[in-house]
Design a protein around this ligand. Sequence first.
Ligand code: NAD
Length: 360
Amino acid sequence: MKKNIAVIGGDGIGVEITVEARKVLNKIAAKFNYEFNYTDVLMGGIAIDETGVPLPDETVKVCKNSDAVLLGAVGGPKWDTGPGHLRPEAGLLGIRAALGLFANLRPVKLFDVLADACVLKNPGKIDMVIVRELIGGAYFGKRETYTDDSGARAAYDTMLYRDWEIERIAKAAFKLALKRSGNVYSVDKANVLDSSRLWREVVHATHTSNPEYAKITLSDMLVDNAAMQLVRDPSQFDVIVTENLFGDILSDEASVLTGSLGMLPSASVSESGVGLYEPCHGSAPDIAGQNKANPLAMILSAAMMLRLSFDMDAEAAAIEAAVEQVLAKGFRTGDIYRGLEGTRVVGCSEMGDLVVDNLG
Ligand code: NAD
């Protein structure tokens, strides 16, 4: 089987970690007799430097024509002062919209061997997926900064959702829940926001629309409570589905439960087309170019690509098992090293090599 993969290394550690993910994918290709063809494309700060824009048309074209996209990270202080449309993050929003990536899936799993790296004293079992709506809500709604009639400076952003946007993200969450324990929390702010009241209504209508979903337990939770419950008792969650802004905040909060941003993969999927796979962290300019980055979030994102875009479940599971073995043997990048006996620090490239070696 042959697959075409567009690779956006991006900026900072994005470049280093995508190299490691490719090493792991190449081992999978050799072991299972696949052919993965990579096309490197520009996005973010490097694209601004080389082409004047954060998301060149050529990048969109290559990504649309690929079977999947791997993305490292974009951004850095060098590009922080430009106008909004000329910042690296504009590339991120642009590629999500261009590919119709409406659902962002963020698994938050605490590996047993990393329990010591969790910020909670008694974390219990943490294994959830946050399903975040990605191309609607306040980040894409009408906005304006202006001076009002009284002379005051004013600004607004619009959180707008259409019923079909809510329905498709609810279906994505239910589909996922059917493969897991079948427990879904829909997070909103329905006590205050109209968009949340519609959200709640449509999520419940979608739940009852398909007899298959009867196996799923659906509960609502207000976003302020969800933020508290995530640190009070994260083990109660299996699948959380929520809108764009709430999901952005909650998934970063949940990330600290796993010990490090460097452990968190993600997948962004469209209704029928190309998926984009990236770690949850940014370009980490403070450690870029020093072989200190943890490549595991990127490698686990590549595993999600195999499972969700290529239906390669066994191969994805092999990568996840290899990552667990490497951690169980005591190897840690600096971000997850706590000085415990039997553990030692390795660099980004060594960590990639270890995962490859443990794939057998
Ligand atoms: P960041 O995620 O880059 O870094 C936060 C902290 O976590 C830093 O101390 C960093 O060293 C550490 N860290 C992150 N990933 C790590 C890894 N794999 N291994 C080891 N340590 C890791 O967030 P930031 O510092 O707020 O942002 C830096 C730049 O990245 C900014 O320009 C921001 O806009 C951009 N950013 C991009 C994305 C993306 O491309 N999807 C996401 C978030 C931030």
